[in-house]
Design a protein around this ligand. Sequence first.
Ligand code: UDP
Ligand code: MG
Length: 321
Amino acid sequence: MKDPILYIVIPCYNEEAVLPMTSGIFLKKITGLAAAGKISDESRVLFVNDGSKDKTWQIIEELAASDAHYEGVCLSRNRGHQNALLAGLMTAKEYADVTISIDCDGQDDINAMDAMIDEYLAGVDVVYGVRSKRTTDTWFKRTTAEGFYRVMRALGADVVFNHADYRLLSRRALEGLAEFGEVNLFLRGLVPLVGYRCSSVYYERAERLAGESHYPLKKMLAFAFDGITSLSTKPLRLITAAGILVSAVSFLAIIGTIITKLFGYTVTGWTSMICAVYFLGGVQLLGIGVIGEYIGKIYSETKRRPRFIIGETTLEAKEKR
Ligand code: UDP
Ligand code: MG
């Protein structure tokens, strides 16, 4: 069997500070794996510039000119991490036998790739990179991130615990992923749905080498909510459950009210009335809000807007497989 062609897919958004530091590490990994005879020398490091406002694309172009192992695609504008990653994976699918996606900030241990490739060579299609410890993250980031996985699971989204977007995908897994046409992308939830043989490799997550995280708490919450609503309809069912509960309580309250009326105490009850008005108003608004989220999802899905548009690429001259 011919050695497989590996494409390392790396989304980059405003990463001029970190790219010059990490690009060499990726290249070394590719050449090292090729020298060890595990992958073909036609393997590439593929950067996806996600509409950066700084010099990121310029740096990628310079890298591509400096070494044939570097390639880059440039999106027409910023579309967010998930879309940028998908753009890279769908581009790589045309050239590669296997891809590994990783962030460009050096947080994920690149040496885990060796184990991922070994798994692939043993016939596994999907290998998840899983963080074994989060000692370098702040207490806050660790607690919120781990809480995120727990809540996701509780609400019916099947995600791999402590796995982000560091993963190996074989070509047939990529082809499976390409079948999912959804606009609201949450790759972590989609990949398990693709199926095939999967396994995990464990690594310790380090700190960002330079630059700043693009995921502050607000964006993390939005991302979590997006993930839940795109993978599960459990929140809708929770509303139904809440409705049943509130109705049951109301029924008891009605009986109580009638009994009070029979005993002639009809004037009191202002406090309980006000409480009921506010409580029911809140519950209803919450219910409408959650339903609204799903309607918003339906709205954006029915429009079928493109998930990404590739502006420039250094791959133009290359023949597809
Ligand atoms: N990223 C992207 N588009 C965006 C935001 C982030 O392509 O709109 C990339 C970013 O360059 C990095 C990866 O997504 O390679 C993860 O982002 P970051 O390291 O900021 O997130 P964190 O690791 O803090 O969760
Ligand atoms: Mg990061």
